[in-house]
Design a protein around this ligand. Sequence first.
Ligand SMILES: Nc1nc2c(ncn2[C@@H]2O[C@H](COP(=O)(O)OP(=O)(O)OP(=O)(O)O)[C@@H](O)[C@H]2O)c(=O)[nH]1
Length: 318
Amino acid sequence: MCICFGFLSLVFAVFNLSVNNLHLVGGLEVGFSLLCLYIFKHSQKHYPKRWHAIIMCLAISLIVLCGTYLAPLKNGLFLWTFILPILYYLLLGRRYGLILSSALLFLQLMVLSQKLPHSSFSAFNIGLNLLFVYISIWAISHVFEGNRADFSKRLKNLALLDPLTGAGNRLSMNQYFEVELRDKSQLYLFLLDLDYFKQINDQYGHEVGDKVLVELATLLRVTFAKGYVFRVGGEEFSLMSNFDSPQAALAIAEKLRLAIQNKHIIANGETIKLTASIGVVQYQQQSLSELIDLADKQLYKAKETGRNEVCTDILVHG
Ligand SMILES: Nc1nc2c(ncn2[C@@H]2O[C@H](COP(=O)(O)OP(=O)(O)OP(=O)(O)O)[C@@H](O)[C@H]2O)c(=O)[nH]1
């Protein structure tokens, strides 16, 4: 898109500078071409930045507004106004699309009211038609972008959330660890596994087992509100958060263990009691799979020593 707009803008710049004598508009168009070139170069090496899209939209709007004001209407430069709502919604989403489209409409109406002859009925007719075309394109862009955003959110949820519990899945854990979590200096990972969950399934049935998993995930999210909860296996959850100290991390792990122990789930008129084993490790420059392996060792230790335990390899001083 940058290449396409940059090239078009350069062609118009040459035309406006050499034939139309619109030096300001031509200059702006040359500037816009250079901006497009810069953004194109940047986006080849890095993820595109949001301010690039904002600057691009503002720059092209300025060119269209200046062009409409300075060039004779018969040049048709103002027709570019109609693609701008599409561009705003495409590049900036619904909120900015709405704000910029209304601002552009207001400014273009001011500019055109200076340029269209006031008394002429045909000018009034043209103005009205242009207004309705603009509003129609704007409305279509708004609805289309709304549908696209909802659809993309639903797809993202399908890809990243565990459908049963609503907790993040393995993929979202990887994404969180590798991309979103920038400061890992105080990161701790808990691996939590329900004890004797097979017995619950066997005794009460799979549906009740599912209900237990859903309630457990809710309890984890509430008790571990500071961090992120992912379901990484049948009845196994991984939790990640930064803590000020190992003591603080272990205190929360213990709080989780007690909350699960005190949780009573009613199913088929019976009360189901739960316990969980938890392995806690601190991040020290390992990869995610290495960190999980370490946490798994601690979890195994907790299972071995009788379950309903928190185990860790962190040395706590004092
Ligand atoms: N209801 C339900 N059960 C599941 C789901 N995923 C895995 N399971 C069950 O979870 C149980 C896990 O059993 P085990 O690995 O033996 O673990 P456990 O009985 O909790 O024993 P320990 O972990 O050693 O304390 C199996 O019975 C699986 O069928 C699920 O989505 N829903």
